[in-house]
Every structure is written in C-alpha cells, then in structure tokens.
Ligand binder design. Structure first.
Ligand code: GAP
Length: 440
C-alpha cells in the first residue's frame, strides 16, 4: 500500500466531484474568494464547529457562547484600530491592470509583472480590507457601517453585558463562531484566503497577573485540539511571532501552523491582547469596561487571551491531512482518512444486490433513527460503492449478502485497514457507536 500527499488541485477537484464545496455564484461566472458548501461539506463543517466548541469547554472553567451581529458602526472599528491599521499594501500593473499585494512573497515588485511581463507598476498604496456600507437612505457619516473583519469585537463590546447578566467573575471565556469579511486584494489557495469566511474565536478574560500563565495554558490546549480531530501532529507546530510581525493589539502571539503543500502557514492564532480592546472601547464609547476586584477593592482592566481559527481554513487543512492515494493490488483508490467525529457520513449500508435491499434498508433505518448521519446505497457495483464511500471518508461500510439471509450477519469493512469482519445484525448499532467513541 503506498500513499502520496495531495496537491491543492487534487483537493479542489475532490471538493467539486463530491459536492463538498462549490464556487459561489458559479452559474454567473463565480465570485472570487467566496464559496458555497454542499451537503457533505456542510456536515464536515458542522462537525468541526462541534469539535471546536467541545475543545474549549471544561468543567474547570467557565465558557459562554455569543452570537454577535455582522454589521457594526464605524465607531467600533475606529476604537478597535481597524479603520487606521487594517491595511494591506497593494500595487497595480498599469499595463494589464492586474492588482497584487505588494508584500506577497511570490511577487517581486522590483521586476516585471508576473502576469504580462511588462514593468509598469503604480506606487504602493495602502488598501483597507474592510467592506464598508451605508445603512438606510441617509448618506452622512452616522450611517456608515462595516461588515466585521473579525468576530472578536462583538465579544469585547458585550463583555460587560455577559458578565452582569450571568453574575460571573473573571476569569471566564466568551466564544463565538461566525462569519467575517475581508476584502483580500488577492484571495488565493482556495479556502485558505477568502473574502467571506467563518471564524471560531475565543476571548479569555483574566487578571493581568495571570495572563502570561493563561497564554501558555491556551497555547497548549489549542495545540492538543488538532490531535483530537486526527490531524497528523508531525505537520503541526507552534511558532511565536517576532516583534515586527505582531498585530497592533498584541504583545505576544503564537501561531499554530500546518505544513501545507505550499509551505508552513498559519492555521490558528493565539494572541495576548492585553487590555488593548477593553481600554479602547472604554475610551471611545465613554462606558467603563473595567471590573472591580473585591479583594483589593480596586478596579482594573481585564487582560484578554484570544484564540482564533478559520473554520474554512480548518476544513481545507483537514482535507489535506486526510487525503491519501493508496495503491491496492495494483489499483489506485482515493481515500479520505477523516477522524470519525469529522467524517460527514459515519457508515454506509450496502446491499450486495438490489434483491437484498429491503433487508438492508431496515438495518439502515434503525441506525438512522439514532440521529447518526448514515447512508444507504444500492446503485452500481459493490466495488464502486466502496470507492465512493472511501473518497468521502466514511469510516465503516456494512454489506448485506446472500449469506446474511442464513446467518443473520453482515460484513463490516474498515475504511483505513480494509479489514472485513462478520458481525451479527443485532450488534451493528453497538459496533458503530463503539467505533465513534473509541477511535483515538
Ligand atoms: N481576531 C484575530 C484575528 O482575526 P487573524 O490572524 O487575522 O486574527 C485568525 O485571523 C484566523 O482566521 C486565521 O488564523 C485563519 O485561520 C482565519 N482567517 C483569517 N483570514 C482569513 C481569510 N482571508 N480566509 C480564510 N480564513 C482566514
């Protein structure tokens, strides 16, 4: 059995072939940097969201969830620093009109344009990446709003609301899963750099004295998450930012990086945001966001440790990591070795021939009633049906054959080892539940 790593093109082709992801507005020519998720892609994304939510919860600490709005007034983004600082340097070729990020490591702006070969650059200009809009019919500055470029600010501006309505003291966390929007100059590498994407962010509020300890705690905890969803730990590392890489709000950041076919890149960021955001919002809104410490009888501004990962980037990473091409007895198969908790379909129920469909459908229906995503498939040769399930990452396939009529057993086939065993039909549910529970 041999295995090779996929290219970006392999992943894009698989996503299209199996309906994981579609180019948004495809029938109108597509919208660059924007994607729609098909039925199986949606299931994988939901599984990733659930896994992430579980990973930040613990009986040892308090975690709240929030769902903030996507639109925010200009005042939020002035306070957060995004109006002044959320820029990328851009450069245009005056000959072919193509636009580039001037700091793109793949572009040499001292040489000719990589698109047309002429050297006809404009000056480098700063381009703010937020999507600006106008609320209602009034055209003055009070109606200016922005689509949020990160979910985090909704957490900061609701910090006091959450704290008082839940009668809680720091330390505690507020987490959010939701869309963010960035007008990337050059969206690229499929789901890696998009204009509309989803983030899973967690802001941990603590005292300044405990903040460094919590920064280390969350770095360890976030790194451990990737193992629980089956990502190969050899391809994951934590990298501390150099001083000149830090965002305007951060005093310390470490990225969880993954080794993509296009190099080691950021998958998740863990940042020590200090009291930057709460102080800024206190100043700009005039509302005091400090908290009172009953022990010292003094008010202080909490510090924040943030973890932030893109759901779509994690989706892409999971596919890169799980995609294998095996050669089995001279035949090639594409298999997605997804962790069972992430696999969109947990098991497939396959009658050997259509004549046996009714018997198999009954077993399938009993399992589907448990609320598990399972599939029944009776069309095509059994080999083809196995290949399809391998390609979408289904961990187990159950097959009902003519012997099943006699021995009341089905054959269960493991996606990764290809081992087949015969089990009693009564044990199918338990077999599946055990596999979902015990896969490391
Ligand atoms: N609140 C902090 C923040 O937004 P960031 O490093 O800009 O920090 C955090 O983004 C994560 O969001 C990244 O690690 C990545 O997973 C995801 N992300 C950022 N920009 C993205 C884009 N254009 N397309 C897809 N995912 C993106």
């Amino acid at each position: 059995m041999s295995s090779q790593r996929p290219t970006l093109e392999d992943i894009v082709a698989l996503c299209k072939r199996r309906g994981f992801v579609f180019q948004s507005s495809e029938i109108y020519g597509g919208l660059n940097g924007v994607y729609d998720f098909g039925p199986l892609g949606t299931l994988i994304k939901n599984n990733l969201r659930n896994a992430w939510s579980r990973s930040i919860m613990s009986p040892d600490h308090i975690m709240f969830f929030l769902e903030g709005s996507l639109l925010g007034p200009e005042a939020i983004w002035k306070a957060s620093g995004h109006v002044d600082n959320f820029h990328d340097p851009m450069i245009d070729c005056t000959n072919c009109k193509k636009r580039f990020r001037a700091d793109d490591p793949d572009i040499d702006i001292t040489g000719p344009c990589p698109n047309c070969g002429k050297k006809a650059w404009t000056e480098v200009r700063q381009f703010n990446m937020m999507f600006k809009t106008q609320l209602g019919a009034i055209a003055d500055s009070s109606a200016v709003a922005y689509l949020r470029p990160e979910t985090a600010q909704a957490i900061f501006i609701n910090f006091k609301n959450v704290m008082s309505s839940n009668r809680v003291k720091i330390p505690f966390g507020i987490a959010q899963i939701g869309k963010s929007f960035r007008n990337e100059i050059t969206p690229k590498q499929f789901l890696f750099r998009m204009r509309e994407f989803e983030q899973m962010e967690m802001e941990w509020f603590c005292t300044p004295e405990s903040s460094n300890e919590y920064f280390d705690y969350w770095c360890k905890k976030r790194l451990a998450f990737y193992k629980t969803i089956g990502i190969n730990t050899d391809r994951i590392r934590l990298r501390a930012h150099e001083k000149d890489e830090l965002s305007h709000y951060s005093s310390q950041t470490s990225d969880v990086e993954y080794e993509y076919p296009f190099g080691w890149k950021e998958l998740e960021g863990i940042a020590h945001r200090g009291d930057y955001d709460l102080t800024q919002h206190s100043k700009h809104s005039g509302k005091d966001l400090s908290v009172f410490d009953e022990e010292t009888q003094k008010s202080f501004m909490p510090n924040v440790i943030e973890s932030s990962v893109g759901t779509d980037r994690l989706f892409l990473t999971t596919l890169f990591d799980a995609y294998h091409i095996d050669t089995l007895g001279g035949e090639e198969r594409t298999v997605l070795k997804l962790h069972p908790s992430i696999a969109p379909i947990k098991a497939a129920f396959l009658p050997l021939v259509k004549k046996l469909s009714d018997n198999m459908r009954k077993i399938y229906a009993d399992v589907a009633r448990l609320g598990l995503h399972v599939e029944f498939d009776e069309s095509g040769s059994i080999g083809k049906r196995y290949r399809r399930q391998d390609e979408i990452g289904t961990p187990l396939c159950f097959t009902y054959d003519f012997d099943s009529l006699e021995d009341n057993c089905v054959t269960v086939r493991d996606r990764d080892t290809l081992k087949q065993e015969r089990i009693n039909i009564e044990n199918v549910e338990m077999y599946l539940i055990n596999m979902l529970k015990h896969k490391p």
